[in-house]
Design a binder for this molecule. Structure first.
Ligand code: OGA
Ligand code: MN
Length: 290
């Protein structure tokens, strides 16, 4: 059959899993262009299989970033006004760089320096988060990811039985207190009152079970407060052992996305006086954990 010169075979994205417990790089792809249904299907399957995806050398505009993220679902609003992009309300900017090019001297959001899973303090926490990196720190500022499904699988049977059916209360107010961040305002507390989620959540698409914990988790209802805090801390230590972790070392123009339904993450410290680090962030709405 004749093919006209301008019809080019479409490129097939290549997925290279990392040797760590989660994560894969997707190459042979240009996220600045709309993906075809077939290309998107490869990315979506890789996302479900590996939970964290890395796309290198993607020099995107905020509009292209938004367009790519919206292929995965509805984008979330951001209540936190100071970090909202001035022009694009669904883009958040986590940056220590001021308009005059000097640094703030501090990392913009202390809550990201400890293990957490995004927005677990609301009833329907974020499905996925998609970041890009206009500026990176030369040392530190890595993002760590823990595979909470692999960790759950490895728990001994007695622990699995002990935690089956337990819930945790996730609280924005408590989470801010724990990291010494600006206290939650009454409006924020009203907008995000404490919420209970199962300690073991089932991924709605893959059916895999995973621990659902992190800094927003406060205590275990029905259990002595301190005992619940200890249990959560113990499970978090277990789930964040090196064998469950991928460390992302940023390059400029990376796009990094992850599945909040089966992972926790945190940023490692860096010198926020000397180093400039700017992350643009778009978040996809999720469902109620079960
Ligand atoms: C986030 C987050 C990590 C980072 O965007 O949810 O925790 O590397 N950020 O800045
Ligand atoms: Mn986060």
């Amino acid at each position: 059959m004749m093919q006209s010169a301008e019809v080019r075979p479409e490129s097939v994205p290549a997925v290279t899993p990392f040797e760590t417990a989660l994560g894969a790089e997707v190459s042979n792809i240009d996220l600045s262009q709309p993906l075809s249904a077939d290309q998107f299907a490869v990315v979506e399957q890789a996302f479900l299989d590996h939970l964290v995806l890395v796309f290198r050398n993607q020099s995107l505009t905020d509009e292209q970033h938004l367009a790519f993220a919206s292929r995965f679902g509805e984008l979330e609003e951001h209540i936190n006004k100071p970090t909202r992009h001035e022009q694009y309300e669904k883009v958040q900017v986590f940056s220590n760089v001021k308009a005059d090019g000097t640094t703030l001297g501090v990392h913009p959001e202390r809550g990201t320096l400890v293990w957490h899973t995004d927005k677990s303090y609301i009833a329907t926490p974020s499905l996925a988060t998609v970041l890009r990196s206009p500026a990176i720190a030369s040392e530190g500022g890595d993002t760590l990811f823990a595979n909470t499904q692999a960790a759950y699988d490895d728990l001994d049977e007695a622990t699995k039985r002990r935690i089956a059916g337990l819930k945790a209360v996730h609280s924005w107010e408590r989470s801010r207190e724990k990291v010494g961040e600006r206290p939650a305002t009454p409006e924020q507390i009203a907008a995000a009152p404490p919420v209970e989620h199962p300690l073991v959540r089932t991924h709605p698409v893959t059916g895999r079970k995973g621990l659902y914990l992190g800094n927003h988790a406060s205590h275990v209802p029905g259990m002595d407060f301190e005992e619940g805090v200890q249990l959560l801390a113990e499970l978090e230590r277990f789930a964040t052992q090196d064998k469950y972790v991928y460390r992302h070392k940023w390059q400029v123009d990376d796009v990094l996305m992850w599945d909040n339904r089966g992972t926790m993450h945190c940023v490692t410290p860096y010198d926020a006086v000397k180093e400039k680090r700017a992350i643009h962030r778009v978040v996809i709405r999720g469902d109620r954990p079960f």
